[in-house]
Design a protein around this ligand. Structure first.
Ligand code: ADP
Length: 472
């Protein structure tokens, strides 16, 4: 079995610590072991990141850009290897793992360029004897805590802009998926990014989070994960008024109008729902479809769902891999059981498959009191509900504490824009089931989080604004 170590200040660390197994969710077999640390490693990583910050932030943007670009090239060269590790530790189909590496690396190449465009401003003063300048500077050391569902992209979309801005980072990936993270950090070292600029540790999440939150040298915390943990971290960050970016849960509604291109809508929904076995925070959680096309839309969707192949991710033909663990599959199962008890009809699927697999499932006759209509299922389950009046659909779509992604399908763009104006969501896919991309701002309204990742908005999250008043 392979052994991986943490990387602190460019050194492999943790050989002397207790180890945990990384398990393949497709067959429950251990695939690797990693050291399991806590407070000590969190402090050492913060020391390294703090010590390397001055040097890194004082390099020219062009020099940082070149090193970040080199990292991108090395990830490209090692794409197959990292994708396979990702599939083995996380479960997603190999073709999706390759897609994630491209997506994750897209952030690195985009921010390598954006490093050169951290522009300031000159503002007209109210007197001729003054000049007002505004410049932007790196926030400082950034703590990065990430989940298991996108083991590469959740890291790069935080780390790439942080590095581009001149920040240094300490990363704690999810304990289920540390191998992808460690491989990425090793390649950063190979690319010539100086020791200490990127550190990665594995261990007790609570202890590490508390240690970093209490450390005033760490100026910013960026987190992707569940809403309860996000709230906890935000409370901890408040003690030192640490900057926070949070990308939390979602419960994406899909509104399908009677005038839509039904095939386009079906394909969009398949992409938005079943990618990563439904384990994405932007995945379609509930469909509101115009009652006049409900039958045709549902029939076509069922046909497509029946074609989805559920199997181990390493098989090239797999569309849906296993869920991450037992808790995840029990949750999916309980959401389906709750819906059926409350009157839902299973149109297709509805069963566990041996191991951690679950059949892609469509539910009809659903009502808003069912758990799956409110809580994030994080699995391949899709409830469909008809509507008569589009305003009713918008009200139901907005009736959520979350506000991350939403989707609208219509061929009438004017109508589409009017609906979008009313949706309380940070992201809208209009006739598009896959809106995420490195150059666009990803993030949510309400309890889905704070801040944006991607694009120039994502860069601002790692920059402080300094205003200089010059007396002449
Ligand atoms: P999920 O349900 O997707 O696993 P979590 O919010 O539990 O979402 O996990 C996301 C990340 O947050 C993981 O890296 C996990 O280890 C970490 N985490 C979980 N609990 C805490 C905590 N109390 N403090 C800091 N990090 C935590």
């Amino acid at each position: 079995m392979d052994t991986y170590e943490m990387i602190i200040n460019g050194k492999n660390v943790g050989n002397n610590l207790e180890k945990i197994h990384v398990t393949n969710p497709a067959n429950n077999e251990p695939i690797a072991e990693v050291p399991y640390g806590g407070k000590n490693e969190a402090v050492s990583a913060a020391d390294a990141a703090y010590q390397s910050w001055t040097d890194w932030s004082e390099r020219s943007a062009y020099e940082r850009s070149e090193l970040i670009r080199k990292w991108y090239e090395l990830i490209n060269e090692n794409k197959e290897d990292i994708a396979l590790s990702m599939t083995l530790e996380q479960g997603k189909p190999l073709k999706e793992a390759r897609g994630e590496i491209d997506y994750a690396n897209g952030f690195i190449s985009w921010y390598a360029e954006e490093a050169k465009r951290v522009y300031g401003e000159i503002i007209p003063a109210s007197t001729t004897s003054k000049r007002i300048f505004v410049q932007k500077q790196a926030v400082g050391v950034v703590a990065v805590i990430t989940p298991w569902n996108f083991p590469a992209a959740m890291i790069t979309r935080k780390v790439a802009p942080a590095l581009a801005a001149g920040c240094t980072v300490v990363i704690k990936p999810a304990e289920q998926t540390p191998i992808t993270a460690i491989k990425l950090v090793k390649l950063a070292k190979e690319a010539g990014i100086p020791d200490g600029v990127i550190n990665v540790i594995v261990g007790d999440a609570k202890e590490i989070g508390e240690t970093w939150n209490a450390d005033t040298r760490i100026r910013k915390l960026t987190f992707t994960g569940s809403t309860p943990v996000g709230k906890l971290l935000m409370k901890g960050a408040a003690n030192n008024v640490k900057r926070v970016s949070l990308e939390l849960g979602g419960h994406a509604p899909v509104i399908i109008l009677g005038d839509c291109d039904i095939d386009k809508a079906v394909n969009g929904v398949i992409q938005a729902k079943f990618r990563n076995a439904g384990q994405t925070c932007v995945c379609a959680n509930r469909i509101y479809v115009d009652e006049t096309i409900q039958e045709e839309f549902t029939a076509k969707l069922i046909e497509k769902v029946r074609e989805l192949k559920v199997d181990q991710g390493v098989n090239e033909s797999t569309d849906i891999g296993p869920l991450i663990d037992r808790v995840a599959i029990d949750k999916v199962d309980s959401h389906v059981k709750d819906a059926v008890e409350k009157g839902a009809t299973i149109e297709v699927g509805g069963n566990r498959i041996e191991g951690l697999f679950y059949e892609p499932t469509i539910l009809s006759n659903v009502s808003d009191d069912m758990i799956c209509m409110k809580e994030e299922t994080f699995g391949p389950i899709l409830p469909i509900s008809p509507f008569k009046d589009v305003d009713e659909a918008i009200t139901r779509a907005n009736d959520s504490d979350f506000g991350l992604a939403s989707y609208v399908f219509t061929e009438n763009i004017t109508k589409g824009i009017k609906i979008i104006d009313k949706l309380e969501y940070g992201i809208v896919g209009l006739n598009d089931g896959l809106p995420s991309t490195p150059q666009a701002p990803f993030g949510g309204y309400k309890q889905s989080g704070l801040g944006r990742e991607g694009g120039h908005h994502g860069m601002d999250e790692y920059l402080e604004v300094k205003y200089i008043s010059l007396g002449l």
